[in-house]
Design a protein around this ligand. Structure first.
Ligand code: UDP
Ligand code: MG
Length: 337
């Protein structure tokens, strides 16, 4: 039976929460009286997450597990889950219960009203540090200003998308996937429901500062050229300023307005400042070139284990592996230890 709703759950070292998560999720879904499937994408967990999930797949055909060959990252995990989802609508939800599964019925209601994208907007976040809240707030606003598409603020990946949106998403060829931005770019009829983000149920965040900065950088560089343009603005401003300074020196010299002394200090200041700017802008340019390099290599997005332990290569953009057959093939995938 073809599912109406697919729920995609990225999992990375979540052995402490996954059981409670599964319980709450199935409680919500079974109350809905529709056909559903749950796709867990194990993003190369090093703990027992996969072995906790695997028996659920055997007991209940609606539960599926896709195991990556290594940690490919959260955005890739949800991309993979969406690629495989067979439902008419797909819900993406974190495994740590920060996104309450109880919101799913409301999302489905909105979807039935005719919206293709229903995202959950965080009204409040609890259980997170002041640092995370402040940086997240500032970041979303910065992204909103910089990005060429309207990426909604305070919205994560917790959302429902229609199958048509997923199919459109498959057509976007880039490897560097900032999923919420890509969905914003696609357009369609989008709406939101507000919620209060809970604290993580158990375990630690799987997004250390390094990964968070990476995601943040991806968001900006995938959706804006403005950082590149900054070098032009800076260049223009600095050229004007230095031209004025040049005029000043020229006339001072001619009319002997000020005593000219060999100005080591001012030279150093100007030089260091300019070198600093040049280096920063070289870095920004390099960042974009690196991204071009990533795309040109055209590697698959992810690798999934197959029953025989060999790698089953999938995840090339534009070629949907999302047939049910493919899911069943990797259903009982056992990870070689
Ligand atoms: N996650 C993942 N791969 C990663 C990091 C995280 O699949 O490399 C999953 C994680 O298991 C969780 C979701 O992505 O389901 C969000 O991660 P987390 O809750 O740690 O991030 P935070 O809420 O702290 O930003
Ligand atoms: Mg979390």
């Amino acid at each position: 039976m073809k599912p109406e709703i697919s729920v995609v759950v990225p999992v990375y070292n979540e052995e402490e929460v996954i059981q409670t998560m599964h319980q709450r999720l199935t409680d919500v879904l079974s109350g809905l009286n529709l056909h559903y499937e749950i796709i867990y994408v194990d993003d190369g967990s090093k703990d027992n997450s996969a072995s906790i999930i695997r028996p659920w797949c055997t007991d209940d055909g609606r539960v599926k597990l896709l195991s990556f060959s290594r940690n490919f990252g959260h955005q890739t995990a949800i991309t993979c889950g969406m690629d495989y989802a067979a439902g008419e609508a797909i819900v993406i939800i974190d495994a740590d219960l920060q996104d309450p599964p109880e919101l799913i019925p409301d999302m489905i209601a909105k979807w039935r009203e005719g919206f293709e994208v229903v995202y959950a907007k965080r009204r409040k976040r609890s259980g997170e540090t002041g640092f995370k809240k402040t940086t997240a707030r500032l970041y979303y606003r910065l992204l909103h200003r910089l990005a060429d598409v309207d990426i909604p603020t305070d919205v994560g990946d917790f959302r429902l998308i229609d199958k048509t949106v997923r199919d459109a998403l498959l057509q976007l060829p880039e490897h560097n996937r900032y999923v919420r931005g890509l969905i914003a770019w696609l357009g369609y009829r989008q709406t939101n429901i507000e919620y209060e983000r809970d604290a993580r149920y158990a375990g630690k965040t799987k997004y250390p500062l390094r990964k968070m900065l990476n995601l943040a950088g991806n968001g900006i560089t995938s959706f804006s050229y403005k950082p590149l343009r900054i070098s032009i603005y800076l260049g223009v401003i600095l050229s004007i300023a230095s031209f004025l300074f040049l005029l000043f020196i020229f006339f001072s010299r001619i009319f002997d307005l000020v005593d000219m002394e060999p100005g080591y200090a001012s030279m150093m200041c100007v030089m260091l400042f300019f070198f600093g700017i040049v280096l920063i802008m070289l870095g920004v340019t390099g960042e974009y070139i690196g991204r071009i390099f990533e795309e040109v290599k055209n590697r698959p997005l992810y690798l999934i284990f197959r029953e025989d332990g060999k790698f089953y290569e999938v995840g090339r953009r534009g070629t949907s592996p999302g047939s049910e057959k493919a899911v069943h093939k990797v259903d009982s995938a056992s990870r070689p230890k």
